[in-house]
Design a protein around this ligand. Structure first.
Ligand SMILES: *C/C=C(C)/C=C/C=C(C)/C=C/C1=C(C)CCCC1(C)C
Length: 247
């Protein structure tokens, strides 16, 4: 056996899950390069936000690199890697809200409340998936607890603190951007619970196979992580300093 070929993986042509692991990896990787390079083009006050956008997709790219291999080697769901990734990237998305709303008066307590809600959402989801006994009750109980955390973030974006801070912002680009992020949280983030329900005992386990969970998570990750970054990028480029008139 040629020892240099050990890393070659086989992807069956009908394995949609493997496809999304590979395209997800490449998309996250490319998005990171884009955000890091564009960071040099935007006004100084947006540079940290763009850096965080690049970190979110960059951290995801590294995890996808490993999750891809894990899945192709074992055909199993990389639960631990998935949640390690989310534990880093979701709080960074909360940080994006804070950075955008800081000029409108957001305090760090605003950010910590969002982060606390995201930790509740993710810890409960991890117990639900990682420690399942295959029963519907286990899946549902932890799914419901997780949803409490999700509901808090959703509430903040649509009616609570984030919404109210955005209303106070004197920057139309930020107002529009926060509204766009609120849509991502409502529609893009709602894809995850659907994937969760594919787990053994889950409400959709009669319709979906357990590995289909990855299909939902991979598609949602690409939409949300790259989408969040593009919204931030959109704010930064539409909010250029007005050109100085030449006398
Ligand atoms: C980049 C990763 C992101 C934006 C991940 C978001 C994850 C969620 C919104 C997960 C939510 C869940 C529920 C609301 C209930 C079931 C368990 C979870 C963790 C899948």
């Amino acid at each position: 056996m040629n020892m240099y070929l050990l890393d070659i993986v086989k992807i069956p042509v009908d394995d949609a899950v493997a496809f999304t692991f590979f395209t997800g990896y490449m998309a996250m990787f490319a998005a990171s390069i884009f955000f890091f390079f564009e960071r040099g083009q935007v006004d100084g006050k947006w540079k940290t936000s763009l850096l965080v956008s690049g970190l979110i997709t960059g951290i995801a790219a590294v995890h996808y690199y490993y999750m891809r291999d894990y899945y192709t080697a074992t055909q199993e769901t990389p639960t631990a890697l998935r949640y390690i990734d989310w534990t880093l990237t979701v709080p960074l998305m909360c940080l994006e809200f804070y950075l955008l709303l800081k000029p409108a008066g957001a305090k760090s307590s605003f950010m910590w409340k969002l982060i606390a809600a995201s930790v509740l959402m993710l810890v409960a989801g991890y117990i639900g998936e990682g420690f399942t006994d295959g029963s519907t009750s286990h899946s549902v109980i932890w799914g419901v607890i997780s949803t409490i955390g999700y509901a808090y973030i959703l509430y903040s974006a649509w009616a609570g603190e984030a919404k109210q801070l955005a209303a106070k912002s004197d920057n139309p680009a930020v107002k529009k951007g926060i509204q766009a992020l609120a849509w991502f949280v409502l529609v893009g983030w709602a894809i995850y619970p659907i994937g969760y329900m594919a787990m053994p005992g889950g409400w959709l386990s009669g319709v979906l196979e357990p590995k289909d969970m990855n299909l939902f998570y991979n598609i949602a990750d690409a939409i949300n992580k790259i989408g969040f970054g593009l919204v931030v990028y959109g704010i930064a480029v539409s909010d250029k300093k007005p050109a100085v008139a030449v006398a």
